[in-house]
Design a protein around this ligand. Structure first.
Ligand code: ADP
Ligand code: TRP
Length: 323
């Protein structure tokens, strides 16, 4: 029996290469090895998107992105989170065994509070909805970027607590992160993130890629000065798309044998070589949205059946429903 892999991406904006190298690439790489369930986290997106038509568009976009990076619906079940409303019921049940101080320690909430943002209850409860996603399907492994690891830990704690109170019901999920990638830096050196405006879109057009690459800040060292590849924002992105040139580039950096302009030109060429085929495939897929909707609908039926069975068990254990 193959182990069950589950993960999702929030439809809140344009997918970028940080999302891809940090998390999404694993979805495609692992679909043969695992029984994979990959969804579009539209319930989660509601904590920040309050425009119905926009959310529909963003959700369909993520579905197309999944197909464009090579997820194959014959191998992986692709679905929309909200096609399985059972996860919101499970969230409620988990809420009743989760304490406020415990959730107050979650990064996302602490960050939002530190920035004096108005925190809605949905954002506060975000990790519990994610725990419900993970546990409803009995996921064994959850591939995510480093910043989501804490949420998988919360899912584990929640499973343990439920099992202790109501008896063995949920298995323990393991987070899966790509050690060599950790956090993909953005064009300004901070973590690449939609909210910082420092991204390179995964399906960007050539001129957008050029603009992003040329905007990467560097220090003012001249061409013949030795440079530290490990602190250079341009080199950090070479690590993702310039595998073939990497040893030579490293040497040239250390020996003061390359200027930042040339390094950026090489990065631009390699970035385009990486993105262009994905982008063309994405355009092909976008020509047939009906087919994408059909894939999601079929995936949703399969996913819902699993969650429904689990919920029958949970409802009985906690004492909901009399017949
Ligand atoms: P963003 O920070 O741009 O809003 P999301 O929170 O939607 O991205 O993240 C979607 C997935 O991509 C998560 O698994 C997250 O860990 C991963 N991810 C996002 N940004 C990065 C990054 N810069 N490096 C590595 N992984 C990332
Ligand atoms: N919170 C995740 C993100 O921001 C998306 C997500 C929701 C998820 N539910 C999940 C990821 C369950 C893995 C498993 O990227």
């Amino acid at each position: 029996m193959k182990k069950l892999l589950l993960s999702g991406v929030k439809p809140t904006g344009t997918v970028h290469i940080g999302n891809y190298f940090g998390a999404m690439r694993q979805f495609a790489d692992l679909q043969n090895e695992y029984n994979s369930f990959i969804f579009i986290a539209d319930y989660h997106a509601l904590t920040s998107v309050s425009d119905g038509a926009l959310l529909h568009k963003l959700s369909l976009d993520v579905a197309m992105d999944y197909l464009a990076i090579g997820l194959d619906p014959r191998k992986a079940t692709l679905f929309l989170q909200s096609d399985v409303p059972e996860v919101t019921e499970l969230t409620w049940i988990f809420n009743t065994i989760t304490t406020v101080p415990y959730l107050s320690r979650a990064h996302a909430f602490k960050d939002a509070e530190a920035k004096n943002k108005e925190v809605n209850v949905g954002l506060f409860d975000y990790p519990i909805l994610m725990a419900a996603d993970i546990l409803a399907y009995g996921a064994d492994v959850v591939p995510v970027g480093l910043d989501q690891k804490q949420h998988v830990e919360i899912a584990r704690d929640t499973a343990q607590k439920f099992n202790r109170i109501f008896g063995e019901t949920f298995n323990m999920p393991e987070p899966m992160t790509l050690e060599e990638v950790k956090t993909v830096p953005g064009t300004d050196g901070r973590k690449m993130s939609k909210s910082y405006g420092n991204t390179i879109a995964l399906f960007a057009e050539d001129d957008e890629i050029k603009k992003a690459v040329m905007s990467i800040p560097t220090d003012s060292k001249g061409v013949s000065e030795p440079k530290d590849p490990d602190t250079c924002n341009v080199f950090a992105l070479h690590k993702l798309v310039s595998a073939h040139d990497l040893p030579e580039l490293r040497d040239r950096y250390l020996n003061g044998n390359i200027g930042y302009k040339e390094s950026k030109d090489i990065l631009l060429k390699n970035m385009i070589a990486f993105i262009a085929p994905l982008r063309e495939r994405r355009k092909e897929i976008a020509r047939n949205p009906e087919e994408v909707l059909k894939i999601l609908k079929e995936g949703g039926v399969i996913a819902r059946e699993i969650a429904r069975k689990k919920m029958d068990e949970v409802r009985k254990k906690v004492g909901l429903g009399l017949i």
